[in-house]
Design a protein around this ligand. Structure first.
Ligand code: NDP
Length: 345
């Protein structure tokens, strides 16, 4: 029992085993654990919102990557918006709303130095700190600013166009004066992409997708912001203009893949295109730019939301017990907007 005399029990979802292909229920386990009281410099937090993001599939695997895997038996990682319940630091007060990295659990004890205070009176839901005003929005901003660099009149294409990264890519590119092509799965998402202001919106599930794309970009593509890979990339590659830039941000179409695609080795054709068209194909992880460019991002994005030039959509799922199913859906396009779990009111 803690100093306050209160016992805090956290409900949490841990990684039980590593998935082969699509994650199954058996890969996760729900536990109830008693949390220690916060030590010096720590705070005890109640999770309000948990972000679900495609990168979490990578953390479930122990294949070599840019970040360490979640250990078996450890809490699934994730960004969270939480309320401070008790604190052993002057930097936050009880009742503050903070952005942290609490993971898939109802309560957490975190180092206060790793938290960022969120203003609940800022005119946007606090959950946007996980989406348009958080890591995904920043990913779009940084990938365009540092790699894509769209110029007025150029054509910018992006898939997963109604998700938090893709929707921000399209709207920022439009603000830079580019013509934008949004690629999404199914008619509802295509209609919403048009609402967001994409000049053209295409359904990658359509059998005629490759031809539709060819017709939609008579002048070719200058920036392709790569979020998905797979068949969308196959259709985009022949449309890239000389000196096109390809920020390689994510390849979600393949995150559950258990083998390489069948067919001939296409690496020589890809390298040939990179060479003959002088393509810039540059992978990035947003953390590369975060320390230096987050203040600019927060200033710009806050302004764009306030003046209506950037819109966002959240897909809020109720209850931590829904996280596993919602996460599976994210990897195959069942989410519609930034996927967030409301863990408590
Ligand atoms: P989204 O919320 O957009 O969800 C993923 C979307 O991917 C799905 O909704 C679906 O949209 C689309 N998708 C899934 N499978 C396929 C497929 N086979 N073909 C085409 N599209 C598919 O995700 P985010 O906006 O959070 O992330 C977008 C990408 O950015 C991901 O690849 C993610 O890993 C990456 N990312 C990279 C970061 C970095 O630092 N490099 C940081 C953050 C994100 P639809 O139904 O429209 O097809």
């Amino acid at each position: 029992m803690g100093q306050s005399g209160q016992v805090t029990t956290s409900t949490r979802i841990v990684l039980a085993s590593r998935p082969h292909g699509e994650p199954t229920d058996d890969n996760f386990r729900t536990e109830h654990v008693e949390l220690p009281e916060p030590a010096d410099g720590e705070a005890l937090l109640q999770t309000l919102y948990l972000s679900l993001d495609p990168y979490m599939r990578g953390r479930m695997s122990d294949a070599k990557s840019y970040a360490a895997p979640v250990e078996i038996g450890a809490v699934m990682v994730g960004a969270t918006v939480s309320r401070v319940l008790r604190t052993a630091s002057d930097a936050v007060s009880e009742g503050d709303i903070v952005l942290g990295y609490g993971g898939w659990q109802s309560h957490s004890v975190e180092k206060v130095a790793h938290l960022r205070r969120i203003d609940p009176g800022a005119g946007v839901p606090v959950s946007t700190a996980l989406g348009v005003l958080g890591m995904p929005g920043f990913t779009a901003y940084a990938g365009l600013r540092n790699i894509g660099r769209p110029q007025p009149g150029e054509t910018v294409a992006v898939a997963a166009a109604t998700g938090p990264v893709g929707s921000a890519v399209g709207q920022i590119a439009r603000l830079k004066g580019a013509r934008t092509v949004g690629i999404a799965g199914g008619p509802d998402k295509v209609a919403y992409a048009k609402e967001l202001g994409f000049d053209v919106a295409l359904d990658h599930r359509s059998e005629t997708f490759a031809d539709d794309l060819k017709e939609a970009v008579p002048g070719g593509i200058d920036v392709y912001f790569e979020n998905v890979g797979g068949a969308v990339w196959d259709a985009v590659l022949p449309r890239l203009n000389p000196f096109a830039r390809v920020p390689v941000c994510g390849l979600v179409a393949g995150y559950n893949a258990t083998s390489l695609p069948e067919g001939p080795n296409r690496a020589p054709a890809l390298m040939g295109a990179i060479l003959s068209k002088s393509l810039l194909v540059r992978g990035f992880i947003q953390t590369e730019f975060a320390a230096e460019q987050t203040p600019d991002f927060l200033r710009d994005m806050t302004g764009w939301i306030a003046d209506g030039s950037v819109q966002y959509r959240e897909d809020i799922v109720d209850g931590l017990d829904q996280a596993i199913e919602a996460f599976r859906g994210l990897l195959k396009g069942r989410n519609f907007g930034k996927l967030v779990v409301r863990v408590s009111e």
